[in-house]
Design a protein around this ligand. Structure first.
Ligand SMILES: [Fe+2]
Ligand SMILES: [Fe+2]
Length: 297
């Protein structure tokens, strides 16, 4: 995006009171999770869960759901957290706190569809990262989860124009960013970057948010951007998109992001992409369970 357009958008956003505030637990949560899995402090996670009654209730409800098939009901938050496992609790915390970023009546896209896509992308991105041997799989997860936060900004700053944009994308079956560029003159990648900077999210995640649709020279964004770009495409092809059909044929073998990752992580060339895409259907089930837990509240 041109610097002048970005500056104009930045001043437009800063002039609006409705700029989404960072959810209260997000920063401590990011801090707590920004370390190797074995060093994550369970007590701190239990504490964060306890801050919010509705999240605590969701953890208990999910731990008691058919998915876990327990014979005795779970009643304490700590037992629920331990039963669910750190990563499921983390998913609940993120999706819950981020879904509170904008009021229920300000959503232009269906929030459950938005979270289905974001969580789906996060899972795919992490799995992709594991497969290729990318060292920070949790960073990949976060990048996938946050990549479309610009959609939240658009809902807040230009609700009417954004509604027309979403309708155009649905009607014409075109990618959301293409419709945004045509109607708004900027995309959720641009507004997402501004929000991520305002929230002081780490620069590598800001870059993943900004460049996930236009990776340009893959060297610039590095593996994280390429991972998010490809995971987003895969999700949109496999029923984890924005709830409408995008008739596209993607030649992954010639995608710049794919070619770049193969160069950096040669074992990617071994991946059976067709088989991998089928595993996304399992993710769709897992994500569906999580989203229904959050939105049943
Ligand atoms: Fe996007
Ligand atoms: Fe996306």
């Amino acid at each position: 995006m041109k610097t002048e357009t970005l500056d104009r958008l930045r001043s437009r956003i800063s002039g609006i009171d409705a700029m989404p505030a960072i959810p209260i637990i997000l920063r401590p949560l990011l801090r707590c999770l920004d370390q190797p899995a074995e060093q994550i402090d369970v007590n701190r996670i239990v504490e964060l869960v306890s801050y919010d009654k509705s999240i605590a209730a969701q953890c208990v409800r999910m731990a008691n759901s058919a998915l876990f098939g327990r014979s005795h009901p779970v009643e304490s938050i700590r037992t629920a957290v331990l039963n669910l496992g750190m990563w499921r609790v983390r998913d609940l915390l993120f999706s819950n706190s981020l879904s509170q970023v904008i009021p229920a009546n300000r959503w232009v896209v269906d929030p459950s569809v938005f979270w289905r896509h974001s969580l789906g992308c996060a899972l795919v991105c992490r799995r992709f990262a594991e497969i290729i041997g990318y060292p920070d799989t949790e960073k990949a997860y976060l990048a996938g989860l946050l990549h479309d936060i610009g959609v939240l900004v658009n809902c807040m700053i230009v609700p009417n124009e954004f509604r027309a944009t979403v309708e155009k994308a649905y009607r014409e079956h075109i990618p959301m960013d293409e419709a945004e560029q045509a109607t708004l003159g900027f995309t959720h990648s641009d507004s997402g970057r501004i929000l991520a900077e305002a929230w002081k999210i780490t620069p590598d995640l800001v870059q993943a948010i900004e460049l996930h649709h236009e990776i340009g020279d893959p060297e610039r964004g590095g593996p994280l951007v390429a991972l998010v770009h490809l995971s987003d495409l895969l999700c949109r092809l496999r029923d984890l998109g924005y709830g409408y059909y995008e008739p596209r044929q993607i030649d992954f073998a010639n995608e710049p992001g794919w070619l770049y990752l193969v160069m950096q992580f040669p074992n990617l060339a071994e991946l059976d992409l067709a088989r991998f895409t089928f595993t996304l259907d399992e993710y769709a089930k897992e994500v569906g369970e999580l989203v229904s837990t959050v939105f049943a509240a």
